[in-house]
Design a protein around this ligand. Structure first.
Ligand code: CMX
Ligand code: CO
Length: 149
């Protein structure tokens, strides 16, 4: 069902400061930056491997743009840190239906727009061992899994 880690979402209070940390400490560069009004975030995608044409993995740095957004509430409760893990799939609607059938609450009845033209759906962290989980269908093609992996 899933082919890779699409991204790890990291909540931060100051996106520019977080980008500067990841650049100066690890050498990661920003592949893409955008505001997602619906999700209430300003975000930067830092590519870890692959290319933006498909099959890449990213760090997604997230700064809230509204006090009542999920990332703002997370920061209030926990401070900065890992917010969610996102799995890549070629079929987000199918993957959502499959996990829903296994008793996991899918928070998005219909997939929503995510980073870089992707379509996304979230799973409730309380049904996923405390991990907020995102399913991502990237705009680009999904790579085949390595045989045996
Ligand atoms: N990871 C793990 N647990 C989390 C969590 C997170 N990121 N966010 C909330 N929780 C926990 C809370 O701590 C709480 O636990 P307790 O009941 O033990 O205290 C529980 O989930 C329910 O909390 P809540 O008060 O209902 O929390 P929220 O109102 O913040 O809602 C959630 C939680 C997951 C429904 C909401 O954050 C959501 O809909 N998230 C999906 C959208 C999103 O996160 N968008 C931003 C990222 C966009 C992107 O990646 O593109
Ligand atoms: Co995400």
């Amino acid at each position: 069902m899933f082919t890779r880690i699409d991204h790890v979402g990291i909540a931060c209070r100051d996106l520019d400061a977080a980008v500067a940390f990841y650049r100066s400490t690890y050498g990661f560069e920003v592949a893409h930056e955008e505001v997602n009004e619906e999700q209430g975030v300003r975000e930067a995608m830092l590519r870890v491997n692959g290319t933006d044409d498909g099959g890449a993995s990213y760090l997604q740095l997230l700064e809230p743009i509204r006090d009542d957004s999920p990332v703002a509430r997370f920061l209030e409760r926990n401070g900065e840190g890992v917010h969610h893990v996102a799995f890549g799939t070629g079929d987000v609607a199918g993957a959502s239906a499959a996990v829903a059938g296994r008793g996991v609450r899918v928070l998005d009845a219909e997939p929503r727009p995510g980073s870089m033209g992707s379509r996304i759906a979230f799973l409730h962290p309380k049904d996923c061992g405390g991990v907020l989980t995102e399913l991502v269908q990237a705009a680009g093609p999904e790579p085949d899994r390595e045989p045996g992996s």
